[in-house]
Design a protein around this ligand. Structure first.
Ligand code: F6R
Length: 248
């Protein structure tokens, strides 16, 4: 595991964006696994800036996102489709046909999970998967459970995730209770994983994930088993971890 310590959120965003840029430069037609949430917003802003300066070209890049709320249309402002469009895709030269997310409107769960697994296979797997970390240790929407779910599946979000997400919804909006998510197997099959974590509120769960037992009760703990994991985290998030011990 490689760990890059950033001074703050801004520094974390720049360092992580540098790593993604290197991937895009080294393999112009790479497959990037992308995440939504608050953590990657600064990374996407930085990538947009470098694209505008002419330093990055996304013309051949393909992207596949971790998750989408079940029941939300791509035009719903709370959907992850909308998030990706407004925070990244519409500001860079990626062809929209090269971007893939689960279809939140598909009622047939089995059909959608197979379709999305098929897309990841069709793309030849993921070159670099960007991951945020949930307060309960979730990655994508793989919530704490008794077993790791392998492929794409539909999950009932935990109360803590629903509460964490509620900050993004207006009072009268219905907060989705289910989501489609890429499974642990697909995430672990990514050639490289880039985990980004910021803030003191994530310090305990980051410590559990990286130094505790590998258990589906802390889904991110499985990342300890990946052979090309890079963590970029700020000082606050790393404050409970002894980096020297971990990288020994
Ligand atoms: C989003 C996702 C989630 C988030 C996690 C952290 O696509 O997969 O696992 O990465 O909930 O969210 P933030 O970054 O908002 O703290």
């Amino acid at each position: 595991m490689r760990i890059y310590k950033a001074s703050d959120y801004h520094d974390m965003s720049r360092k992580a964006a540098n790593i993604i840029s290197a991937q895009v430069i080294m393999k112009a037609d790479c497959v990037l696994g992308l995440a939504t949430g608050s953590t990657p917003i600064g990374i996407y802003k930085q990538l947009i800036e470098w694209y505008r300066k002419g330093d990055l070209d996304f013309g051949e890049v393909k992207t596949v996102n971790l998750d989408e709320y079940k029941g939300l249309s791509p035009n719903n402002v709370q959907s992850y489709h909308y998030f990706m469009k407004t925070n990244l895709f519409e500001h860079i030269n990626i062809p929209m046909d090269n971007t893939y997310l689960p279809n939140g409107l598909e009622e047939n769960v089995e059909f959608e999970c197979q379709r999305f697994n098929g897309i990841i296979d069709m793309l030849g797997g993921i070159d670099m998967q960007l991951l945020g970390l949930g307060h309960n240790g979730h990655i994508g929407f793989n919530e704490p459970d008794e077993a790791f779910e392998k492929g794409t599946h539909c999950v009932a979000l935990t109360q803590s995730t629903i509460e964490a997400n509620s900050r993004l919804f207006a009072k009268d909006e219905i907060i989705p209770k289910y989501a489609y998510t890429m499974g642990i197997r697909s995430i672990m099959l990514a050639k490289k994983i880039l985990l980004v974590v910021s803030g003191i509120d994530k310090a305990d769960i980051l410590k559990d994930a990286l130094t505790g037992p590998v258990t589906p009760a802390v889904p991110a703990s499985i990342l300890q088993m990946h052979n090309d994991l890079t963590l970029v985290a700020d000082e606050a998030a790393l404050s409970k971890i002894n980096i020297n011990e971990l990288t020994k």
